[in-house]
Write a protein that binds this ligand. Structure first.
Ligand code: NAD
Length: 360
């Protein structure tokens, strides 16, 4: 297969971790006889330095004409970097918000997976994590409270603020379909999370999700209230396969789920729309404190590249080969500094990439 990949290395550790992911994609291409064409564009601080804006129209066009985007991370030290003296619309993060909008990426997918080998980093009790857990949070990314009308005004001498939470049937249907499609590739269970005992938007959410479920008879659907879900994530994370939820609930729950895995350098993410196109990036930021030292953990980015193979290119076997290689390297005791523990072998960012390539 032949695929066009837009590469955005970004700032901080971005270039280091993306280089390792490309090494891995190259060996996958060689082994499985694919051709990947890479086009590199700038975004974030790197683009501000060269073009004066965090994302150019040319960069967007290149991304639009590719099959997927692989992103490192953007941004600098928010207290010392000159990028943060600029108007908010010209800062690095504005590039990220713009590309998500321009590419219509409405579905955010964040896996939370506990590696047996990294159990020690998990803040939960051992009896809870016994057997590990493996869930996927599917969050609606372009609607709901974060995109509704908002206003702060003075009424009778007192400040009043309001934010509007609105979802249309169509917005819910497209994300629900995405959630069920993902569940079909996994353990075939969807937990739809809402607050249907209080909110009208949640009642519509539940109605549409029930409707979409009819097209997926193999998938078990359950509904859970968001407050209960927050509790269940730390009480028994094993019960979850795909968690399907709206924008704000997903924002909060996905951070909680990633926290219970205990290792930020291991968590990948994907932003998708209703065709196969997607943007793939680690869940963490640009880690300016460790940039340029070759000590960052590249695994989150490599796992994001594996998600790209699975969800944008329909290359399940290739994605599994990457994931298996990572597990083997961890089993053999190799660790970057962020996941290092007694008795393990500490390696650099580039060495970790090499080891994963060797296993593949
Ligand atoms: P961060 O995720 O960059 O770093 C938090 C801590 O985790 C740091 O100590 C860092 O060294 C460590 N860390 C992060 N990734 C690591 C890795 N792969 N290997 C080893 N250690 C790792 O969060 P922050 O410090 O709050 O933000 C730094 C910059 O990143 C800011 O400009 C922020 O706006 C930006 N940011 C960008 C994105 C994105 O591009 N999507 C997401 C979050 C934050």
């Amino acid at each position: 297969m032949e695929k066009k990949i837009t590469v955005i290395k970004g700032d901080g550790i971005g270039p280091e971790i993306v280089d390792e992911a490309i090494k891995v994609l190259n060996v996958i291409a060689e082994k499985y006889k694919h051709t990947f064409h890479y086009s590199e564009v700038l975004m974030g601080g790197a683009s501000i330095d060269v073009h004066g804006v965090p994302l150019t129209n040319e960069a967007i066009d290149i991304a639009k004409n590719s099959d997927a985007v692989l992103l490192g991370s953007i941004g600098g030290d928010t207290t010392t970097s000159p990028w943060y003296q600029l108007d908010p619309t010209l800062r690095p993060e504005a590039g990220l918000l713009r590309i998500r909008k321009e590419l219509n990426l409405f579905a955010n997918l964040r896996p939370a997976y506990l590696y047996d080998e990294l159990k020690g980093a998990c803040p939960l009790k051992e009896e809870i994590t016994e057997g590990g857990f493996d869930m996927m949070i599917m969050r609606e990314l372009t609607g709901g409270l974060y995109f509704g009308k908002r206003e702060t005004k003075t009424v009778n001498g007192e400040l009043i603020a309001h934010d509007n939470l609105e979802y249309s049937e169509g917005e819910i249907r497209r994300i629900a379909k995405r959630g069920f499609d993902i569940a079909m590739k996994r353990r075939k269970k969807v937990t739809s999370v809402d607050k249907a005992n209080v909110l009208d938007s949640s009642r519509l959410w539940r109605k549409v999700v029930n409707d979409v479920a009819k097209d997926y008879p193999e998938v078990t659907l359950e509904h859970m209230l968001v407050d209960n879900c927050a509790m269940q994530l730390v009480r028994d994370p094993k019960q979850f396969d795909v968690i399907l939820t709206e924008n704000m609930f997903g924002d909060i729950l996905s951070d909680e789920a990633s926290m219970v895995t205990g290792s930020i350098g291991m968590l990948s993410s994907a932003s998708l729309r209703d065709d196969s196109f997607g943007m793939y990036e680690p869940s963490h930021g640009s880690a300016p404190d460790i940039a340029g030292k070759d000590i960052a953990n590249p695994i989150a980015t490599i796992l994001s590249a594996a998600m790209m193979l699975r969800y944008s290119f329909d290359m399940d076997e290739e994605a599994s080969a990457v994931e298996k290689a990572i597990e083997q390297v961890l089993e053999e005791g190799y660790r970057t500094i962020d996941i290092m523990s007694d008795g393990k072998k500490q390696v650099t960012c580039s060495k970790m990439g090499d080891l994963i390539v060797e296993k593949i």
